[in-house]
Write a protein that binds this ligand. Structure first.
Ligand code: HEC
Ligand code: HEC
Ligand code: HEC
Ligand code: HEC
Length: 453
């Protein structure tokens, strides 16, 4: 996995002409003017383009502005450090071109199949005059179309709620944020990275809301003023909400005719990649209690459900028993028939909704957070994360829950240090997905269990 938590790799700077064009555009039309010119009260909100946000007195300052509530350098952070700023550019590079060619899509940078996730890909009628697909995943991909809120937002008088009413997206709230990020990092009814895309050379996708929020170079600072304006969910809540959302979205796509298809073979992207893709000269199969499957069978990727199972073990034992049975039923059905498998997935999805209901109505205490951490680590000791995708989720869960305990000041310095060191080791074991050794991961989970005692 490509975890770059401590040192986000700098994104190559764009050609000089592009920066100059941006700056020039800003001189010509201040954000306020653009908003007024493009506003049509009755029409749908429009996407105005990154240039509209990047004015030097708005979000395009070169240095944080001393007494301002926000950094005002959001544009530079995004532009220089954030992978989203180069999401379109990779479509022009060899690796992007090759994937599209392999799929017979022609030019990647004009293929809707790629632009859907690599740009703010909205229909032509809602693109403002300065909108450019080449901005990649820009401000409005996440913050929503600006035409109806830009004016009131520039004056600084509008409240968060006023802006949200005018189409700004509720990025700080975990349920909304999960839906937003998952639309591209997992997929939705309109877009999905299926196994053909993988076969053509696309990287495997994985996502955990809390960790990926940390991984995105922060263009905002969570200080006292921020907390006064916005609700800040603790890491544990962000993690739990994200797991439930990802599990439900996976089942939704898994059971949809559009993405599952009707072919004699199921859609491989819903299975654990490394169940099929690993070296055959080193057999490594061992039983896993939560599948009940014999050797030689690909496993449905159940990483998010496993996390919810361990979450439920700590806070809702009844639901945990049901989830465990549901998981076994799903894996068993996969040996049976397509209909049985889809039926079991729908059943499990209903159960996950119950867990989600519990999570949304819950405030996790320090004791519960600690219990979930212990429970997830116990799963590792029991060998439940033999599949790479599950091990990845377990490592990120340990990270998120430890951060949450630290945030609540429930860990002393020495303990924090030991745990941080051990999380680093977990990430190291996962560094190369092709060389993943389940037994080693399980051993490191055992070490973590000792460190937590
Ligand atoms: C469902 C959304 C989705 C679709 C559709 C999609 N991508 Fe991606 N793509 C992503 C995400 C998300 C990443 C980043 C994955 C990560 O690092 O976790 C990515 C990463 C990539 C990368 C690697 C980027 C890098 O910096 O190394 C390339 C190249 C790429 N995509 C090309 C394409 C091409 C070409 C198409 C169309 C054939 C396409 N993608 C379609 C979501 C998508
Ligand atoms: C991939 C999604 C994403 C993109 C792209 C993105 N942001 Fe954000 N932005 C977030 C998230 C998540 C937060 C934190 C939650 C929040 O405060 O709403 C945030 C927060 C902010 C804040 C709030 C700061 C505060 O103190 O309230 C500003 C301002 C902002 N972004 C501006 C921008 C600008 C300008 C761009 C484009 C240059 C941009 N963002 C691009 C996701 C994104
Ligand atoms: C419109 C689609 C889209 C949305 C929405 C989106 N992303 Fe992304 N994200 C991408 C693509 C595409 C890439 C890969 C870009 C590249 O490397 O060229 C990416 C890359 C990333 C990366 C870098 C991954 C790596 O391996 O280095 C992080 C972290 C990330 N996204 C977090 C988030 C978070 C958090 C959210 C929600 C707040 C979010 N993204 C919303 C499309 C999206
Ligand atoms: C059920 C087994 C199975 C699963 C699960 C599976 N694949 Fe595959 N994969 C295959 C087969 C079969 C091929 C075709 C091999 C060939 O053409 O030689 C393939 C081809 C590929 C290729 C192209 C390899 C090449 O050099 O041609 C990539 C990359 C790939 N898969 C990635 C993935 C990823 C990522 C996942 C998980 C999201 C995944 N696969 C899940 C069976 C699987």
């Amino acid at each position: 996995m490509r975890r770059r938590i401590a040192t986000p790799s700098p994104v190559a700077l764009p050609p000089l002409w592009r920066v100059l064009a941006l700056a020039f555009g800003l001189l010509l039309a201040g954000a306020f003017g653009v908003a007024r010119a493009e506003e049509s009260p009755d029409g749908p909100p429009k996407y105005l383009g990154v240039v509209t946000c990047a004015g030097s007195t708005c979000h395009g300052a070169g240095h944080p502005v001393g007494d301002a509530r926000i950094n005002q350098t959001e544009f530079l952070t995004w532009h220089r450090e954030d992978a989203h700023a180069k999401a379109y550019r990779v479509l022009l590079e060899d690796k992007g071109k090759r994937i599209a060619q392999n799929l017979g899509l022609g030019d990647a940078a004009s293929a809707p199949e790629c632009l859907a996730c690599h740009a703010t890909f909205v229909s032509a009628d809602v693109r403002g005059k300065r909108f450019q697909l080449s901005d990649g995943v820009g401000c409005e991909s996440c913050h929503g179309p600006a035409s109806k809120w830009l004016g009131q937002h520039v004056t600084g008088e509008a409240s968060r709620e006023d802006n949200i009413k005018a189409g700004m997206y509720r990025t700080e709230e975990p349920v909304s944020r999960a839906a937003l990020c998952l639309s591209c990092h997992l997929g939705n009814q309109d877009k999905f990275a299926n196994h053909r895309l993988m076969g053509a050379g696309h990287p495997r996708l994985s996502f955990e809301l809390d960790t990926y929020t940390l991984l995105q170079p922060a263009h905002y600072r969570v200080d006292a003023d921020y907390r006064a304006r916005k609700q800040v969910a603790p890491h544990v809540q962000v993690w739990a909400v994200g797991q439930a959302a990802a599990a439900l979205r996976t089942f939704e796509l898994f059971t949809s005719e559009k993405w599952q298809g009707k072919s004699v073979l199921p859609e491989f992207a819903f299975f654990d990649c490394h169940a099929c893709h690993h070296v055959v000269s080193e057999p490594r199969w061992a039983p896993r209690a939560t599948t009940g499957l014999p050797p030689g069978v690909p496993r449905v990727n159940d990483a998010h459900v496993l996390m919810l199972l361990y979450l439920a073990k700590a806070i809702a034992p009844d639901l945990a028993t049901q989830l465990h049975d549901g998981l076994l039923a799903l894996h068993k059905a996969s040996l049976d028939s397509r209909e049985a498998t889809l039926g079991a997935a729908r059943g499990l999805s209903e159960l996950v909704k119950k867990v989600q209901g519990k999570i949304l109505a819950h405030t996790f205490s320090v004791d519960e957070t600690r219990a979930m951490l212990d429970s997830i680590v116990a799963g590792g000791v029991a060998g439940d994360y033999r599949d790479y995708a599950a091990a990845e989720q377990a490592a990120m869960a340990v990270h998120a829950l430890t951060d949450s305990l630290a945030e609540a000041k429930a860990l002393d310095d020495a303990r924090s240090k030991t745990l941080a060191q051990q999380i680093k080791v977990l990430y190291e074991v996962l560094q190369d997905q092709n060389a993943y050794q389940p037994a080693r991961f399980s051993g490191e989970m055992q070490n973590l269990a000792s460190a937590l005692k």
